[in-house]
Design a protein around this ligand. Structure first.
Ligand SMILES: Cc1cc2nc3c(=O)[nH]c(=O)nc-3n(C[C@H](O)[C@H](O)[C@H](O)COP(=O)(O)OP(=O)(O)OC[C@H]3O[C@@H](n4cnc5c(N)ncnc54)[C@H](O)[C@@H]3O)c2cc1C
Length: 275
């Protein structure tokens, strides 16, 4: 529908593209796959540095290690923020804090229809190149790619309960590794180097919120769940237009009011899910 190159491919073609996969697994044999030849990975920290440098070059101040601890308002309008490094006055405020959106919304005096849960990933010791595609196996629930440094990058599901722990639960490590060993037996010999969790902001329809809020002058961009990295250019563009002009054709469908109106976005490949 969106012109993205996608092909249904046979198990033989899956094996050609990804020789380390076991297509004849006992529980869920591989019957085929969806292949997106133009799909790939990007190094997320390098992307963040790139944006930061470009913003800095445009004269935008980026203040690091500076936590917002309060949102100031007067007569229903935002007037500024209180931070660990002092007060900042503003007539407009954009909140883009992912898993902590509920915390910031509380400071602003409203509630959000989102849940915050931990999503974790793990990374193996580096090995020689053996995988040049990203493989997602949603039935067994795991995904695998290889980084430029040779580490196997492994991801699984989000925690089933709300939390802010930033490490994720043990049963997910076990389930994900079990699923991936079944699909890629060669990784059973690898040592895992590190594991971490980030807090993701899940909405009821798994689509984001890019919206005005009940506090005049305060805007929010959240609800990207487990898939907000890929959406940064489009979401940033739409959010900037919304804040500057008060409306944007790109963000119109993603307003907060859709939850009160029961107008969920019915999109099976919604942005708030993986990749
Ligand atoms: C393990 C894992 C794997 C993922 N994999 C993918 C993937 O493959 N593809 C994909 O598209 N997406 C993926 N995501 C999701 C993606 O990382 C997020 O959707 C995206 O980073 C959200 O971007 P953001 O700019 O909205 O928020 P963030 O990048 O989370 O930035 C929010 C910032 O707000 C700051 N903040 C919070 N509270 C305060 C406060 N009180 N004061 C000041 N600052 C504050 C935080 O420190 C943080 O720097 C993954 C997430 C995780 C955790």
């Amino acid at each position: 529908m969106q012109g993205i190159a996608t092909e249904f491919i046979s198990p033989i073609r899956v094996k050609q593209l990804c020789p380390i996969i076991n297509i004849d697994v006992p529980r869920y044999p591989v019957l085929g796959a969806l292949w997106q030849p133009r799909g790939g990975t990007a190094r997320h920290d390098a992307v963040a540095w790139g944006y930061a440098r470009a913003c800095s070059a445009m004269g935008i101040d980026i203040i690091q290690q500076c936590e917002v601890t309060g949102i100031r308002k007067n007569a229903g309008r935002v007037t500024g923020v209180t931070t660990t490094r002092g007060e900042i006055d503003c007539a407009k405020l954009g909140l883009v804090v992912a898993g902590h959106s509920g915390v910031l919304a509380r400071m602003a005096g409203f509630r959000l229809p989102i849940e915050s849960v931990a999503l974790q990933a793990l990374v193996s010791e580096p090995i020689k190149p053996c995988l040049d595609v990203v493989v997602m196996a949603n039935t067994v629930h795991g995904y695998l790619s290889q980084s430029d440094k040779g580490e196997m990058v492994i991801g699984g599901g989000a925690d089933g309960f709300n939390n802010y722990t930033q490490r994720g639960s043990f049963h997910h490590v076990e389930e994900t590794v079990r699923a991936l060993i079944e699909t890629f037996p060669m990784i059973s010999r690898l040592k895992m180097l590190r594991q971490w969790g980030g807090i993701v902001d899940m909405t009821g329809d798994r689509s984001p919120i890019i919206s005005k809020t009940p506090l005049e002058g305060c805007f929010i961009n959240c609800g990207w769940g487990t898939g907000g990295f890929k959406s940064i250019p489009g979401s940033g563009w739409g959010f900037a237009e919304l804040m500057a002009k008060g409306h944007s054709p790109l963000t119109a469908a993603f307003g907060l009011e859709r939850f009160a109106e029961g107008r969920f976005i019915d999109e099976s490949v919604a942005a708030g899910v993986a990749h």
